[in-house]
Design a protein around this ligand. Structure first.
Ligand code: SAM
Ligand code: SF4
Length: 343
């Protein structure tokens, strides 16, 4: 039965792509703005979208709910920095009804942590159980250099507030050559000291940033080799439904995740799509093809056209991306910044 052809049929809600992958994980960017300007993510001078182009909180709720009715079980709110969006808690509060109903299994977010002290309790109250916090360094001066304007102490206090609120925190660090190479042990020990997972991410060629991408790229095969100097790494089967592969450090008992879009292509098990804050659906982080969901959202107060647009887009989800970073590649593989697509 072609389930994609019958979007309103509750009993057969799954969205299956042409390669047989069920799309059960949606990442939604709620803003392209951010209080940081991380060197690998944004340029110093960013021009942000006019507010009218952004989906309203009500439209974001409709869009997320449409995906949930078609089998989305995990929803990650991201950005830009999701917590800088005005009244963002209204969205979390509204979406939490799908956790209560059991249709949605996990509502989560990725944040730079700068506003966690303010929002951690309320997030926990909305049914959020786990969050990802991006933290590339534990050195305040380096943190300022990487983020161009962030305050490490504020973020560390935010992480503490999240833990105190009962949220399970996973830390994500982008592996940056010559920047945090000397800190991988400290990051792992800090994370594991508080029972948090530590995940390393390879820098991806998204959007023009000032520095040459090759200068930043530090393959995780090298990160892993470095970690093995201090820790005994045991492969484990643990998964959070995302692209990270995990190992356990025998010395700490904690988990270390590796997200390796460059050295290990994880597309074959891809179960996710991304929606930008303007309602553009990207079926693959590393490809340009996209579908506009804002027009069907705004065209009608009911969701038929929206469901049709989603089904048509999933029907052309590509098999995978083809990122390359080498000395001869000076153009980003994809022109848009990570803050646009949502990490
Ligand atoms: N502002 C939030 C944050 O920093 O966690 C959420 C959005 S941010 C775009 C999501 C994740 O993408 C962060 O962990 C960030 O480090 C990562 N990221 C941004 N640009 C990247 C790039 N070019 N390559 C790899 N990861 C990147
Ligand atoms: Fe902002 Fe996150 Fe991008 Fe850093 S990585 S500039 S915190 S959106």
């Amino acid at each position: 039965m072609n389930i994609a052809a019958n979007p309103r049929e509750k009993a057969t809600p799954a969205l299956i792509d042409p390669f047989g992958r069920a799309i059960t994980y949606v990442r939604v960017s709620v803003t392209d703005r951010c209080d940081f300007r991380c060197v690998y993510c944004m340029s110093e001078e960013m021009s942000f979208l006019p507010k009218r182009d952004l989906l309203t909180l009500e439209e974001l709720d409709r869009l997320c709910s449409a995906f949930i009715s078609r089998g989305t079980r995990k929803l990650r709110i991201t950005g830009g920095e999701p917590l800088v969006r005005r009244d963002i808690m209204k969205l979390f509060r509204g979406l939490s009804r799908h956790l209560v109903s059991g249709e949605l299994h996990e509502l989560t977010l990725t944040t730079n942590g700068s506003l966690l002290s303010k929002y951690a309790d309320e997030l926990a109250d909305c049914g959020i159980r786990r969050i990802n916090v991006s933290l590339d360094t534990l050195d305040a001066a380096k943190f300022r250099l990487i983020t161009r304007r962030g305050d490490l102490d504020v973020v560390l206090r935010g992480v503490e507030a999240a833990r105190k609120a009962g949220l399970s925190v996973k830390l994500n660090a982008v592996a940056l050559k010559g920047v945090n190479e000397d800190e991988v042990f400290d990051l792992v020990e800090y994370a594991h000291g508080y029972g948090m997972d530590m995940t390393f991410i390879e820098v991806m060629p998204l959007g023009e940033v000032e520095r040459e991408r090759f200068d930043q790229y530090w393959p995780l095969t090298d990160v892993r080799a470095k970690l093995a100097e201090r820790f005994t790494l045991e492969p484990i089967a643990y998964t959070t439904g995302g692209p990270a592969r995990y190992m356990r450090a025998a010395e700490t008992g904690g988990r270390i995740g590796f997200i390796t879009p460059m050295t290990h292509n994880f597309c074959e098990s891809c179960n996710r799509v991304r929606v930008t804050c303007t309602g553009t659906l990207y079926m693959c982080l590393g490809q340009e093809d996209a579908a506009d969901l804002r027009a069907p959202l705004r065209a009608s107060p009911t969701d038929e056209a929206l469901h049709e647009a989603i089904a048509a887009a999933i029907a052309r989800k590509p098999k995978g991306h083809d990122f390359i970073i080498d000395r001869s590649t000076h153009q980003p593989a994809v022109g848009r910044h990570m803050s646009v697509t949502g990490g």
